[in-house]
Design a protein around this ligand. Structure first.
Ligand code: TAP
Length: 490
C-alpha cells in the first residue's frame, strides 16, 4: 500500500518497524478512505522502548534543568514552524476542523511547552528547621521512566500536557498514542529528535491498548503511568500498575453540568454553551452535556440556543471555515447515534439534530443535537456520550440544580452562570468536580491545575501540580550538633 502514510515506532531517536511486522489500517473519518498504516507494537517492542528510556534516564536526569527547559522551547519552535502540516495531519486522522487542530492542538501544545519551560525554576525542595542540632531538607528528583497513554480526542494537546512536565522534570518517556490517532505524534517525535532532544528521552510505541498499552503498564522498569482515557480502562490500568506500586495519575471521563440561573447574561451563556457542547464534535471530556436551565429562562435560552446550533457549519474538516467535522470512527458514530435513540426512547424531545448529516455520502458526520426536557435520571443525563449531543434539563431551585449536577459518578468539570457572586461561589463549591467555570465555559490553560474528582480521575495535570506527578520528594536529615545524645547507657 505505497500511497498510505506509514506510522512506525520511534525508539532511541530512530524510526523502527514493529517486530511482528504487523500494521493495521486507519481510515480518515471524514472520507472513510484508508489513510495510514499503523505499526502494531507488541511486548518485545515495548521492552526495547522502555530499555531505551531507562538507559537515557541516567544522562537526561543529570542535564541541568535550565537546559531541559531550553529543549522545551526548541520543541515549541519546531511545532510553530511546522504548524500547518501538523495541523493538517491531525485533522486527517481525527476528523476535527483544521482551525481546532491548528489553534487548540498545536497552539495549546506550544503554550504548554512554554509554560513548563518556565517551571524549571520550581523544582526546588525546602529546608525544614527541626532544632538547633538538626535540620532537614527536601530535594526533588525525577520519578524515572514514565509511561504515557493518550486518548484520541486531543491526541497532541493531551500528549504535550504529559510530555512537557516530564521532560523538564528530567524523566524519560515511552508514549502509547491511541490506535486511531498515532500519526501526528509520531511525526512530532521525529521533529523533537531533529530539534536536539537526546535519543531515548521520548519513545513512541503505537499499537493496540490491550497489547502495547498493557505491556507498558505491566513493565517492571516503568516507574510511573500517566493515563488519559475512559474510566473503565483507567480502573484496569490502576489495578495492573498496583502490582509493582507504580505511581499512577488518571485523567478519565466526565459528564459536565452547566447551570444557567435566571439572572444570567443569556447571550454570553448561549455563546459559551455552544462551544462547551459542540467544540471538537463534543468529543471532549469537559463538554457541556448536561445543560441545566432555570425554568424562568428555559424557553428564552433554548430559542436563542437552538437558533445558533442550527447555524453551526458542519463540513469538510480541512476547510478553514468549517466549524464541526466528523466524529472519530464508525464504531463511535454508531455509539453516539445509539445514545440519541436511547434518549428519545426515554422521553426526551429532539429540539434539533438527532441524525447523521445528509450533506455527505461518506464520513461520520452527526448533526449537532439538542435533547430537550431530559429526565435527570435518563441515560443521556448520566452517561458520557462523547459526541455532539447536549441534554437539556430544567430546574427550579439552587438545591435542585446542585443535586442534579452531582447525580453522576463523574466529577471532572462544570459551569455556573449567575450575576450573584455569592450564589456563583456557593454553587461552584457544591459541585463535586475538579474544574469549574463561572460566567464562562471551556478553555483549559496550562497555568491551572486540571483533573477530576470521583471516578473522573486521580491527580492533576497542568499548573504547578502537574509537574509534581513527575517528581519524587526525598527528605535528607542533617545532624549539625556536637556529640550525639546517648540513648543506650552502656
Ligand atoms: P480509552 O478507550 O480508555 O483509551 C485510552 C488509551 O488507553 C488508548 O491509548 C488505548 O489504546 C489505551 N488502552 C486501552 N486498553 C488498555 C490497556 N489494557 N492497558 C493500557 N492502555 C490501554 O479512551 P478513548 O476512547 O481513547 O478516549 C475517550 C475517553 O477519554 C473518554 O472517556 C474521555 O472522557 C476520556 N478523556 C479524558 C480526558 C481528561 S483530561 N480527563 C481527556 C480526554 C479524554 P487503544 O486506542 O488502542 O484502545
Amino acid at each position: 500500500m505505497p500511497s498510505l502514510k506509514q506510522c512506525n515506532l520511534f525508539i532511541n531517536g530512530r524510526e523502527e518497524k514493529p517486530s511482528s511486522e504487523n500494521y493495521f489500517i486507519r481510515e480518515n473519518p471524514a472520507t472513510e478512505k484508508d489513510f495510514a498504516q499503523i505499526a502494531e507494537s507488541n511486548k518485545k517492542d515495548v521492552d526495547r522502548a522502555v530499555s531505551a528510556a531507562k538507559i537515557s534516564f541516567g544522562a537526561w536526569s543529570k542535564v541541568p534543568a535550565t537546559e531541559r527547559a531550553k529543549m522545551l522551547l526548541k520543541i515549541a519552535d519546531v511545532l510553530a514552524k511546522n504548524q500547518k502540516q501538523l495541523a493538517l495531519l491531525n485533522t486527517l486522522e481525527t476528523g476535527k476542523p483544521i482551525r481546532e487542530s491548528s489553534l487548540v492542538e498545536i497552539g495549546g501544545s506550544i503554550r504548554t511547552l512554554e509554560y513548563y519551560s518556565g517551571m524549571h525554576t520550581q523544582l526546588n525542595g525546602e529546608t525544614i528547621p527541626i532544632n538547633e542540632n538538626q535540620m532537614s531538607m527536601t530535594i526533588k528528583e525525577p520519578v524515572g521512566v514514565v509511561a504515557q497513554i493518550i486518548p484520541w480526542n486531543f491526541p497532541l494537546l493531551l500528549a504535550f500536557w504529559k510530555i512537557a512536565p516530564a521532560i523538564v522534570a528530567g524523566c524519560t518517556i515511552v508514549l502509547k498514542p491511541a490506535e486511531l490517532t498515532s500519526c501526528t505524534i509520531y511525526e512530532i517525535a521525529k521533529l523533537c529528535s531533529k530539534a536536539g532532544l537526546p535519543d531515548g528521552v521520548l519513545n513512541i510505541v503505537p499499537g493496540k491498548g490491550e497489547v502495547a498499552g498493557q505491556a507498558l503498564v505491566e513493565h517492571p522498569d516503568v516507574d510511573k503511568v500517566a493515563f488519559t482515557g475512559s474510566t473503565s480502562v483507567g480502573k484496569h490500568v490502576m489495578k495492573t500498575a498496583s502490582d509493582s506500586v507504580k505511581r499512577v495519575t488518571l485523567e478519565l471521563g466526565g459528564k459536565a453540568p452547566c447551570i444557567i440561573f435566571d439572572d444570567a447574561d443569556l447571550e454570553n451563556a448561549v455563546e459559551a454553551c455552544l462551544r462547551g457542547g459542540f467544540f471538537n464534535q463534543g468529543e471532549n471530556c469537559t463538554a457541556v452535556t448536561k445543560l441545566m436551565l432555570h425554568k424562568k429562562i428555559y424557553k428564552k435560552f433554548l430559542d436563542l440556543y437552538i437558533k445558533r446550533v442550527k447555524k453551526i457549519k458542519i463540513g469538510d474538516p480541512t476547510k478553514q471555515d468549517t466549524e464541526m467535522g466528523a466524529v472519530i470512527s464508525k464504531e463511535h458514530y454508531e455509539n453516539v447515534l445509539n445514545y440519541i435513540a436511547k434518549g428519545k426512547s426515554e422521553g426526551a424531545k429532539i429540539a434539533t439534530g438527532g441524525s447523521r448529516s445528509r450533506k455527505f455520502k461518506k464520513g461520520y458526520y452527526i448533526n449537532p443535537t439538542v435533547l430537550e426536557n431530559v429526565d435527570p435520571n435518563a441515560t443521556v443525563a448520566c452517561e458520557e456520550i462523547f459526541g455532539p449531543v447536549v441534554a437539556v434539563i430544567p430546574f427550579s431551585t439552587e438545591e435542585q440544580a446542585v443535586e442534579i449536577a452531582n447525580n453522576t459518578e463523574y466529577g471532572l468539570a462544570g459551569g455556573v452562570w449567575t450575576q450573584d457572586i455569592n450564589r456563583a461561589l456557593r454553587v461552584a463549591k457544591s459541585i463535586k468536580a475538579g474544574y469549574l467555570w463561572v460566567n464562562t465555559y471551556g478553555g483549559i490553560v496550562p497555568q491551572t491545575p486540571y483533573g477530576g474528582f470521583k471516578q473522573s480521575g486521580i491527580g492533576k495535570e497542568l499548573g504547578k501540580e502537574g509537574i509534581e506527578n513527575y517528581l519524587e520528594t526525598k527528605c535528607i536529615n542533617i545532624y549539625t550538633g556536637g556529640s550525639m545524645p546517648r540513648w543506650y547507657k552502656g
